[in-house]
Design a protein around this ligand. Structure first.
Ligand code: FRU
Length: 495
């Protein structure tokens, strides 16, 4: 009996399941968020800015639309919005006894050729990544170098450069320490909820200098760490270090946490014991900052981890590049995130038909339409709306609206001080109080991703949605009362 049921399943149902998985889903392919041309993508890797070009390497399966065959995919951009796809930069390595998957890591410009990998006095780009070797049950840190501007890499002949004989030991993030004149590697020991810090002068020989861990949220493994110096409130006299780690969030779902502390070149000391999270949604993960950005800018990209709903022929997308800053708030120093300021140039240049500005709108219980038959109906809207609460219990924005009125709701509940996203059964929320009696929502909707920056990015919540093709309406709303929409800016980044 069992056997015959199984036979029916494989013969009749399985092909359908597979076909559903492969069914192209162009309606969900984002336009201004990065996806691989085809197949699977996860973490951003080796984010580096060189000669006016933003490089984006990423965890990629070049052959299938699911995780596996991990390699570093590669794309470049001049504006963080339009990406040119390039061939795989670091492919998996297959030998008779060993499979080496190229897991996450970082890239630096070795300007003074400390590694000796450079040619003709020119500094190479050096990638530092985790070699995942399942047959050996091991992860260790490898390096590879590029002398053609990051297009192709040669693996160092004497890899690994750091090996502590563990199955889980990954995601090296390397930065240059100006004061100490040393390279610093931050790398995770996932199962032990800790990161290790290593020093090097040549990117080949590394010395363990300290560890940090078993604080904050330890419900899930720790991955993809990064350490970034930032000036609090932009004041160079108040430098703090931001340690970001991918692990569990409030609901123990996937997410990222951060620590703010001091770093003396060797040891990181957490100076705020509050549990802090980078993004309140379930999808934002594995974000790392760019290396070598000018003007003390710090910008990160994260991976929006796909939900169960399959997309094809691609799977997984990146977040919008986010500028990072630390600001003093009533509860302490907090991480603020904003869509990269580099993107403003593009928004400003959009033709008049693709942007709209309104101010001083009084909303009552009737929806205030943003889209119509001709405009803002492509599910690629970027909306910036500032509200002053009135008598309404809830207010906010509706996107991906159907003819029957149902939609994805990005709402603010006044009594609960809560920002929420309701998309069918999926409900996610975060706490956010008005600032100067205002709630500002920057909503970046791109076919299947929604990033919401609340109150200038003091809080962020990101999710994925899978609306019907026809569900393209967009409106502002108030429930059971009124609200003042002080400022509304809408841009359509669609084609
Ligand atoms: C995070 C992660 C990393 C690892 C990579 C493998 O999403 O698990 O820890 O290096 O993905 O693809």
């Amino acid at each position: 009996m069992k056997r015959s049921l199984f036979a029916i399943f494989t013969a009749v149902l399985l092909p359908f399941t597979l076909r559903a998985q492969d069914q192209p889903t162009p309606q969900w392919r984002p336009v201004y968020h990065f996806t691989a041309p085809q197949n699977w993508l996860n973490d951003p890797n080796g984010l580096i800015y060189l000669n006016g070009v933003y490089h984006l390497y990423y965890q990629h399966n070049p052959v299938e639309n699911k995780w596996g065959h991990m390699s570093w995919g590669h794309a470049v951009s001049k504006d963080l919005l339009h990406w040119q796809h390039l061939p795989v930069a670091i492919p998996e390595i297959e030998t008779k006894d060993t499979t080496t998957w190229i897991f996450s890591g970082s890239a630096v410009w070795d300007q003074h050729n400390s590694s000796g990998f450079g040619k003709k006095g020119r500094g190479p780009i050096v990638a530092i990544y985790t070699a995942d070797q399942p047959k050996q049950n091991k992860e260790s840190q490898f390096i590879a170098y590029s002398n053609d501007g990051g297009l192709t890499y040669t693996n160092y002949a004497h890899n690994p450069v750091v090996d502590i004989q563990k199955k889980d030991f990954r995601d090296p993030s390397v930065i240059w320490l100006e004061e100490q004149h040393k390279w610093l590697m931050t790398v995770a020991v996932p199962a032990e909820h800790k990161v290790q810090f290593y020093h090097s002068t040549n990117l080949k020989d590394w010395e363990l200098i300290s560890e940090f861990g078993n604080q904050g949220d330890t419900r899930k493994i720790w991955e993809c760490p990064s350490l970034t110096p930032l000036y609090v409130d932009g004041d160079p006299a108040r430098k703090k270090w931001l340690l970001m780690i991918s692990s569990g969030n409030q609901d123990a779902a996937t997410g990222m946490q951060y620590f703010i502390g001091d770093f003396d070149g060797k040891t990181f000391t957490n100076t705020d014991t509050t549990q802090l999270f980078v993004d309140a949604g379930k999808t934002f993960y594995a974000a790392i900052p760019y290396n070598h950005l000018p003007d003390n800018r710090h910008t990160m990209i994260g991976w929006l981890m796909p939900f169960e709903t399959a997309t094809a022929p691609w799977r997984g997308q990146m977040s919008i590049p986010r500028d990072l800053s630390l600001k003093t708030t009533a509860t302490g120093i907090r991480l603020f995130q904003q869509p990269s300021s580099v993107l403003n140039t593009y928004l400003e240049k959009l033709p008049p038909a693709k942007k709209w500005q309104q101010s001083a709108i009084s909303l009552d219980s009737k929806d205030f339409p943003i889209s119509n038959e001709q405009q803002f109906n492509t599910n690629t809207n970027w909306i910036d709306a500032t509200f002053t609460p009135g008598t309404a219990t809830d207010f906010g924005l509706k996107i991906a609206q159907q003819k029957d009125g149902s939609s994805v709701v990005i709402g603010y509940n006044v009594a609960r001080n809560e920002l929420y996203i309701h998309a069918g059964k999926d409900k996610q929320q975060l706490k956010a109080a008005p600032v100067n009696n205002q709630i500002r929502l920057q909503v970046l909707f791109d076919k299947s991703s929604v990033e919401v920056f609340v109150n200038n990015g003091e809080k962020v919540i990101t999710t994925l949605v899978f609306p019907d093709k026809e569900a393209t309406g967009c409106a502002a709303f108030a429930e059971k009362g009124n609200v003042q929409l002080n400022n509304l800016n809408v841009w359509d980044l669609g084609k």
